[in-house]
Design a protein around this ligand. Sequence first.
Ligand code: T1G
Length: 704
Amino acid sequence: MSERELVRFESVDGIGVITIDNPPVNALSPGVPEGITAAIDRGNADPGVRAMVLIGAGRSFIAGADIRQFGKAPSRPANARRHYDVTDDSPKPVVAAIHGYALGGGLETALACHYRVAVPSAKVGLPEVQIGILPGAGGTQRLPRLIGPKAALDMIVSGRHLPAEEAHRLGIIDEVVPEAQLRDAAIAFARRVADKRPLPRIRDNDEKLAEGTADLFEATRKSIARRARNQRAPYACIEAVEAACTLPFDEGCARERKLFEEQVNSDEARALRYAFFAEREAAKLPHIPREIELRPIKTAAVVGAGTMGGGIAMSFADYGYPVKITDATQEALDRGMARIRSNYETSVKRGSLAAEEMEKRLARIEPVLGYDKIADCDVVIEAVFEQISVKEEVWKEIDAAMKPGALLYTNTSGIDIDIMANVTKRPQDVAGTHFFAPANVMKLFEVVQGTKSAPDVIASAMDLGRKIGKVSGLAGNTDGFVANRSRAPFSTEMVIMLEEGALPEQVDKVMVDFGYPVGPFVVSDISGLDIGYDTRKRRAAQYPNYRKLPIADRIVEAGRLGQKNGKGWYRYEPGDRTPHPDPEVARIIKETAAELGIAQHSFTDDEILKRMLFASVNEACKILDEGKALRASDVDVMWLYGFGFPRYRGGLMFWADTIGVREVYNQIAAWHQRYGERWAPSPLLRRLADAGTPLREAKAERLR
Ligand code: T1G
């Protein structure tokens, strides 16, 4: 495509219409900024043109700079005229006509225009902080001048996308125009303002900047301290907006640019860029044709009104789907519906949900008794007790009741999908859709491919996840699938280190300092220690060489179940979730370790971190080697959305690459010598280390 074709210019009765056409989202890829500059110049040189309109072809205005270009050599000289400045300096008015997204450099382009009109469904924002950078094309200087530093800080430090109506209220958008009439409405708008002078250049109005006091910036820094720890980008955003309030426009832009250059190749930015593309890659299924026809999903059903079943029903209702929920008895159903209502009421109390919206969502959830009541639904998700005999009973009922062609999914967190599928006469219609607790909150949606799952059943599940606000990741049918199986060694190692002398609070501090929102022992206390206890019992019966965890078992046998009964790995005051180290736990740990005769030693934070994460890196390599996951980057996406792995570290495998595949292998091999079989290096890890191939690039030939 020649440079010019990426950007088209046509004159429509004296209005120059400039169309950006760089699918899929009109990113400012090489050739686009140049095309915009040339078009603006052309419009200004054409005496027949009185004003111009900048509009995007396809589904969006401009979704920002081309993120794939970051880290590469710039495609043009640093002193080249930038389309932002050319637009701003244009002697004739330029109107940005926004639909879809105006994000990052896209909104900065619109802010360099003299007017902005948008359709109601449009979204605008400066999300650069979410990829570890800050706006680098005047956004931190123009936005505070347009809407005031406070509102600008909120947008830039959060990176959130604003709907057009809100942007209009703030003054970013001059006019909201009807959905299907954007182009004509923008041309009419341009005609109306064609002769108005002076042109409203945002850079010229400083009157709102007075709001930008030192207190405001200090307060903003304090407000983000916890969630932005270990990160630089959010603070660089604040510094740039501060510069807007203390420096003249051009000097502020130079400050912004310098901060941008410092950040764009940082570890934080590289990790967040990796996460951005890994998340999109996870949706791609190389073994299933992209154009495969998906099965329609308009109505859903959930079998099992327990904690997970209730959360799953809420996920559907939250995204507008009518959903039926059923259980074995009316009492169980009533308990389930009561839990759903109380979860929504908690959100209303917290102000994160409007009361009328709660009622709308509750109205979409219909409790029913009897499989015949759900037979017509397009999809059913089974979420009953994790016991094979119970599953088999329920699946016989589901198979007998559900209409032909219905999608039959199970929410099991580790039971072999084929066990459920083989109970039915239509195993091709069965797959796993594994939600993570709480199901209406956690974004990971692990789709599990059974031996006989049909391609359209898998593709429909992956798409369903996206439609109910989740991030879908594909897993092969193995014990614990990809997410839980790759995390299991992490959980085992953290308890084994207690046998050798570590304490829960020490391990948790290391992981919180690393960037986790809460430590893994607190996470166990939140989810309940009895669940892990039952799983360990089941595994010990199933696998002869299963590594028992006597300390974890003793804690449960001492009646410590976690937050639900006020004591677990920590002690909790009634009504308070603050974990308090408990000498009783330290006593159980010391006594059990003494009985086991295990030598005690002190731990460095680095050893604790690597023992836990390397154990999972090794397991992830085994999973890929067996073809139970397609890409190492899928594992990373699952850790980001399923286990709260700090996003600015990219993911488990990306983080391990910052240490180096060879060093990771060597350490694991050394621990294999010292600790035995559980640390046997994965053959794939050995091959990657020998070849020097980054872990994040590991792929399976196909899913098996
Ligand atoms: N650059 C390159 N590719 C992009 C892209 C971008 N900015 N945005 C999207 N894509 C690709 C994406 O990888 C996918 O490709 C396809 O487009 C569809 O995207 C100067 C420096 C716009 C909300 O951070 O948030 O401007 O997988 O699957 O779910 O100050 O994409 O099909 O091959 O995500 O409908 C700031 C990033 C850049 C916005 C659409 N902009 N994009 O979501 O589709 S930094 C952003 C998004 C910047 C300036 C700075 C989302 C979306 P493929 P998708 P979607």
